[in-house]
Write a protein that binds this ligand. Structure first.
Ligand SMILES: C[C@](O)(CO)[C@H](O)COP(=O)(O)OP(=O)(O)OC[C@H]1O[C@@H](n2ccc(N)nc2=O)[C@H](O)[C@@H]1O
Ligand SMILES: Nc1ncnc2c1ncn2[C@@H]1O[C@H](COP(=O)(O)OP(=O)(O)OP(=O)(O)O)[C@@H](O)[C@H]1O
Length: 307
């Protein structure tokens, strides 16, 4: 087998997702606090005679294996930037839920960038890589960087955020995914309908209290400050998620919310033992297709094998 490079890339949740007004370019202005979680996709690239994508994992059938796969698009974009031959065989071992609001496609794009840069021995600045990442999708730069970060603009402009300790999460994965553009369209519809809604500009305020709570490492201070402006839109499109959120809280989570554009629900727990018990109870309650535990913040895309 020819030499290759593998990058391991985490899923993300948004501890805070403030959605501002719709911009002229079709994106919403955001103020978001990203957190990378210990649920990973592995992306391997190897030199080959043609560009190909193979996906492994339970959800493989929901992921395109042609040139529209975000990992393939990432490799093509990086090769164009570097003046390199883009023909590689891409293998994705997928654990991040597809269309789950956890940046699964973005993780694969980030992994492909990092692995291909290594395979081709590119001497590329971090900022150049992040600019290519931002062109691929708003969440892709964070998938490269990981940890905890404040995202502004359409989510692609990042500042690292101080954090202490480890948070323990339970993730309830839904049977049917949600399309990110549909969820943004739904929040616009709900806001246009609801005169009482707060001004959209409030969505881009910086989540200072949450950032302080993260820096203190006090999970009980973090829990009441979790917030997602897209949650009402996700609940409107998938009303059953209300039951999932209720079940997680009743099972003993400190707080629960829809992750990003959903429909995965994320529950913050007091510690690792509490997470195991919340996960066990949620699994038995039948509200989710699958239940996972994960911790974070964890690092972003990183090479795990290079031969
Ligand atoms: C919901 C989040 O996951 C939260 O981090 C992201 O905002 C979505 O990021 P993403 O999946 O990387 O999204 P992109 O691929 O950049 O955009 C997909 C679509 O989502 C909508 N979109 C995305 C980001 C943003 N700030 N405003 C938007 O309105 C737009 O309709 C866009 O066409
Ligand atoms: N490598 C990939 N992995 C998963 N989905 C991909 C990939 N490439 C393209 N897609 C397409 O993108 C769609 C969105 O999938 P993805 O898992 O990225 O959603 P998501 O996690 O909700 O995104 P986000 O949280 O960034 O909004 C899928 O329905 C799929 O058709």
């Amino acid at each position: 087998m020819m030499g290759g490079a593998t990058a391991r890339v985490p899923a993300k949740i948004n501890l805070h997702l403030g959605v501002g007004p719709l911009r002229d370019d079709g994106f919403h202005e955001l103020s978001t606090l990203y957190c990378a979680l210990s649920l990973y996709d592995d992306v391997t690239v190897r030199a080959a005679d043609e560009l190909s994508v193979t996906v492994h994992g339970e959800s493989r059938r929901q992921v395109p294996s042609d040139a529209t796969n975000l990992a393939a698009r990432a490799v093509v974009a990086l090769a164009a930037h570097a003046g390199t031959d883009p023909r590689v065989e891409i293998t994705i071992n997928k654990s991040i839920p597809v269309a789950g609001g956890m940046a699964g496609g973005s993780a694969d794009a980030a992994g492909a960038l990092v692995a291909a840069a290594r395979l081709w021995r590119l001497d590329i600045e971090r900022d150049e890589l992040l600019a290519i990442a931002a062109d691929l999708g708003s969440d892709v730069p964070f998938s490269v960087v990981g940890g905890a970060a404040l995202g502004t603009g359409r989510g692609e402009r990042l500042l690292p955020v101080l954090h202490r300790g480890e948070m323990h999460w339970v993730l309830a994965v839904a049977g049917t995914g949600l399309s990110t553009p549909d969820v943004y369209r739904e929040i616009d519809r709900l806001r246009a309908r609801d005169d009482a809604d707060r001004p959209a500009a409030a969505g881009v305020a910086r989540p200072d209290a949450l950032m302080q709570a993260l820096a203190s490492g006090d999970v009980h201070a973090v829990a009441p400050l979790l917030h997602n402006d897209l949650q009402p839109a996700a609940l409107s499109l998938q009303p059953m998620l209300r039951r999932t959120l209720r079940a997680g809280r009743e099972a003993g989570a400190l707080a629960g919310m829809v992750s990003g554009s959903g429909p995965t629900c994320a529950f913050l727990c007091a510690d690792a033992d509490a997470a195991v018990s919340v996960a066990a109870e949620l699994s038995g309650s039948g509200v989710a297709k699958a239940v996972r535990t994960a911790s974070g913040p964890v690092p972003g895309a990183r090479l795990v094998q290079n031969n």
